[in-house]
Write a new protein. Structure first.
Length: 127
């Protein structure tokens, strides 16, 4: 059996080969926001469980989540929720064959970014 010569193998294209595009960024952010929302869900369950354990423990956990760091985490999580939601709607439209071209995909990507920030600011403003 012959041993393969690695120098004759073609190299797979990588990020350095492709021009960075909006779709690539949105795909990465969609995955990151999904993971971030899962971690935020754990924080919210911790907050609810602390309310069931004791008033002093709830005060401790509530103090953490309402500190400036906690408020930043929750604000970013709120934006992540809206981003993930609108990008999911975008993917559902793709499943129906809408906006599959380059121009339509870029336009819908910018809609997702604008709507996610707008709805996050609106949610904070209405709260």
């Amino acid at each position: 059996m012959a041993t393969p010569d690695p120098s004759n193998r073609p190299l797979s294209p990588h990020l350095s080969v492709y021009r960075w595009e909006l779709g690539m960024t949105m795909s990465i952010f969609h995955r990151a926001t999904g993971m971030g929302m899962a971690l935020t869900g754990i924080l919210l369950v911790w907050w609810f469980l602390s309310a069931a354990i004791s008033p002093s423990y709830f005060a401790f956990v509530d103090g953490i989540l309402t500190s400036w760091v906690g408020l930043v985490v929750m604000t970013v999580s709120l934006w992540a929720f809206w981003y993930h939601f609108f990008n999911g709607v975008r993917h559902l439209r793709w499943d129906y064959g809408k906006n599959l071209g380059v121009h339509g995909a870029n336009r819908s990507g910018w809609y997702v970014v604008i709507l996610s920030f707008g709805f996050a600011i609106g949610t904070i403003w209405l709260a």
